[in-house]
Design a binder for this molecule. Sequence first.
Ligand SMILES: Nc1ncnc2c1ncn2[C@@H]1O[C@H](COP(=O)(O)OP(=O)(O)OP(=O)(O)O)[C@@H](O)[C@H]1O
Ligand SMILES: [Mg+2]
Length: 282
Amino acid sequence: MICAMSENGRTVTISLRNVTLAFRQNKRSSPASILEDIDFDIHDGDFICLLGPSGCGKTSLLNILAGYLPPTEGQITVGGKPLTGPNMEVGVVFQHPNLFPWLSVRKNVAFGLKYRNLTGAERRSIVDHYLDIVELTDFGDLLPYQLSGGMKQRAAIARTLAVDPKIVLLDEPFSALDAMTRERMQVYAHSIWERSGKSFFFITHDVDEALLLGNRIMVMRGGPGMIVRDIENPLRTSPHFSREIKRSQSFWAMRDSLLRDIENPLLADAPNACLSSAREAI
Ligand SMILES: Nc1ncnc2c1ncn2[C@@H]1O[C@H](COP(=O)(O)OP(=O)(O)OP(=O)(O)O)[C@@H](O)[C@H]1O
Ligand SMILES: [Mg+2]
């Protein structure tokens, strides 16, 4: 695979340049601009959390990154090659796990490996590996209806990881779960990211979740959708997951600043203001 390097020397997994998207509501209407000037790189090992108000274009952006939707203008490359449609290098996890109800957890996870030239033993070893990563080793023979909501979502993540994508796109994967399960899933998400070595692009409405999980946080505004903030998360100083960061003053400073951007994105005219104020508070 051809690998591009960014200015900071890290390998670029996906690159978007001047991406725009416009939809026509019907044949007679003129196209409405949904996304404008989307321009960023996702690096190997990034955990990006994308925040933004409802309807601002987050899922549309994810659909473009997944190759499901062609942009109206602009270029997207994956590993240096133009993205022309759905691509094995890009995996997607949706809000609802959508497991095949008639297949066991193991068979669901193995599903994407069907058309690979693998022996049975190789397939079993890949499935075992990813069941271990999502901590479902003891539940492989169950059917989806026998799993809790969080377990189903972990099985869906394992199914996506099993085909070995470079990057996993997750569209509000925990929003259908209750608050306690969601907290546990955040710990799992972090450990899965850490152990799998993949890049994650994670859409969420939850600012706390973004601050706990992301090494990089992006904020989008709507009408048309644009990235108004793209910052390294200064709270993620340790690679390990910790809720302790919520005790720091800087956590609440960052949280307030991000919430202000989301509620009133026109205020986001100084893209790195919250980064510097949070650094001062650390
Ligand atoms: N196929 C389509 N045809 C026309 N307009 C569309 C289409 N898909 C999405 N849109 C419009 O694009 C805009 C962005 O939608 P999108 O689903 O990307 O928002 P979102 O940020 O993911 O919202 P939410 O947080 O509620 O999931 C909305 O105004 C929506 O009506
Ligand atoms: Mg959406």
